[in-house]
Ligand binder design. Structure first.
Ligand SMILES: O=C(O)CCC(=O)C(=O)O
Ligand SMILES: [Fe+2]
Length: 183
């Protein structure tokens, strides 16, 4: 089943990212995933406007199966410029969200992105979000904290964080700053 396979892929990629930081172990096994089918009814009136406003994904990692024909996804690079991600049939796009940045003490980049309407066509994408743990808080493992890399964020309960983003209308990663640790 697609859902099962793509979930396992998401967990597997996350585990490999953890391994790349020197952390071995089943960090992400129990973390829930959420699926979303995005359907954009783009018309000649909406050309030039945003289908999805600029945001970061709130969870750890997202796998996006984007529309193979209709472009519009744009990511912001580190210089702050928008970069179009053109359709590429047969590929999946992986990006990291706010929880990834918190979990690895600021080293992973929670990429800001949006969807622009470029043409009057229906656009469909499938996103799977590896969110954050249901039980307990997310915090950087001690291996990722030292005198040169002081702990940046307080422990985060994922569900609380998600609500904070919504209530403060800070959907592009800015809400992380509210959880800065001052130690
Ligand atoms: O439809 C897309 O290409 C991106 C959708 C997206 O960013 C999201 O669902 O979080
Ligand atoms: Fe997104």
């Amino acid at each position: 089943m697609y859902a099962q396979a793509i979930r396992e892929l998401a967990v597997d990629i996350a585990e490999k990212l953890a391994e790349s930081m020197g952390l071995i172990g089943n960090v992400f096994q129990g973390w829930p995933c959420q699926f979303r089918l995005n359907k954009y009814h783009f018309t000649s009136q909406t050309v030039g406007s945003s289908g999805v406003q600029i945001h970061t994904d709130s969870g750890f990692l997202t796998i996006l199966q984007d529309d193979e024909n209709v472009g519009g996804l744009e990511v912001i690079d580190k210089s702050g410029a928008f970069m179009a991600v053109d359709p590429s049939p047969g590929t999946l796009l992986v990006n990291l969200g706010d929880i990834a940045t918190a979990w690895n003490n600021g080293r992973f980049y929670n990429v800001k992105h949006r969807v622009q309407c470029k043409e009057a066509r229906i656009r469909v994408s499938i996103a799977i979000f590896l969110l954050g743990p249901v039980e307990g808080a997310v915090e950087a493992p001690t291996e990722l904290v030292d005198s040169e890399h002081p702990r940046l964020y307080l422990p985060i309960i994922y569900e609380d964080y998600r609500k904070l983003r919504v209530s403060k209308k800070l959907q592009a990663g800015e809400a992380l700053a509210l959880l800065r640790s001052h130690s």
